[in-house]
Design a protein around this ligand. Sequence first.
Ligand SMILES: Cc1cc2nc3c(=O)[nH]c(=O)nc-3n(C[C@H](O)[C@H](O)[C@H](O)COP(=O)(O)OP(=O)(O)OC[C@H]3O[C@@H](n4cnc5c(N)ncnc54)[C@H](O)[C@@H]3O)c2cc1C
Length: 429
Amino acid sequence: MADFDAIVVGSGCAGPVAAYELARGGKSVLIVERGNFPGAKNMSGGRLYAHSLRQVFPDFTSSAPLERRITRERISLLAPDSCVTIEASDQAMRTERGESYSVLRARFDPWLAERAEEAGAEAIAGIAVESLLKDGSRVSGVRAGDDEITADVVILADGVNSLLSAQAVGAPRPAPNQVAVGVKQVVELPAQVISDRFQVADESEGAAWLFVGDATHGRVGGGFLYTNRDTISVGLVATVADLVKADTPVYQMLEDFKNHPALAPVLAGGKVVEHSGHLVAEGGFDAMPPLVADGVLLAGENAMMCVNAGYTVRGMDLAIAAGMHAGQAAKAALDAGDTSAEGLAGYKRALQDSFVLKDLRTLRRFPAFMEHTSRMFDTYPELAGAVMRELFLVDGRPVRPLRKAVMPILRRVGLGHLASDALRGVRAL
Ligand SMILES: Cc1cc2nc3c(=O)[nH]c(=O)nc-3n(C[C@H](O)[C@H](O)[C@H](O)COP(=O)(O)OP(=O)(O)OC[C@H]3O[C@@H](n4cnc5c(N)ncnc54)[C@H](O)[C@@H]3O)c2cc1C
């Protein structure tokens, strides 16, 4: 007989939710986390779209350590000398459909892990699972340090750059164009100063701000800024394949980004209290490995469950939903006494019916669009700045008709390039 019904590897977003579903279904479950505590090694921008968390914990707002509810959106095209921004606020962001919050993972992940433990899951932290135990081709447990622990089913929720998914389902190492490097700082400022700078009513509300262009020195990727209660999360994500061609190291890009004239005033006077770096999955639907094999399931970013659509970055809500479906499918398979790949196949069916695989499939062309449209990251931000300059700089010279002022700028890019990039962008989204 196995030591546990189920073992969950990783206590980020997917893992604790899977363990919670199993524990509340009466199964014995162990969560193994390599960080000294859940969240110790984890990082996101981080904006949590709350719909999937609400499905598992309908009353989460009463106890979850949420920072600010996002009620203001900004997207900027950033060039070295200019910043063109679209800003949106909408009452819909205050409804359940528009519910999203900034979160800090060092606070959020322990809360999520506590929910699983409260339901009856056991948890150990500070130990990495080094390899999987196998009985023939079937996964039968984990090896962590000197310990070998067996289970009828193992749920891998070990995040991006998993060292275990190859052993479980033969997943290849992610290619350099399928992962990006993220670097982030948390900058402390008084809560009221943050509310004033982002024009939100009080510290319960906040802003999300994404940047394309000079944040990454024109490399494939983007910058982000999220307001927390009394801190601001600021950082950037840059695709590894393109980053290796850059002259500037990524930490210098972040410094330059923070000092850009569009950003410096909103961070002025702030104190950096945290610095972190992490990979993020960018490969999307076409880079996903098999999700199920005999005795094992993959949930979250280890299976590329992350969507970057340029205007949103989402991995946490996908991981939480995948964790929920993995836990439920594992429980059903344990109840039926069949944890083979066939017995666990309900997981894949549930994901196919859910937004997780639907959204990944819908946006499957976006990673390639980003990779092959380098003009998005240098030419178009410059172009937007140049057009705005024509509109708003008044110096006593006779005004030119707008078409005459703008056409030479557009011709510099090439009307054919513009049209084909726009078409491919629309198709990718
Ligand atoms: C810079 C950046 C910005 C992002 N911004 C956003 C955002 O704004 N919104 C959003 O929704 N998503 C965002 N994401 C993505 C999001 O953080 C991830 O998609 C999400 O955390 C994935 O959840 P997960 O449970 O799959 O993995 P994780 O949350 O990474 O958890 C994996 C866990 O497994 C543990 N682990 C790994 N290997 C082992 C092992 N061998 N043994 C034991 N434990 C192990 C890790 O320590 C970790 O705790 C961002 C990511 C980055 C890097």
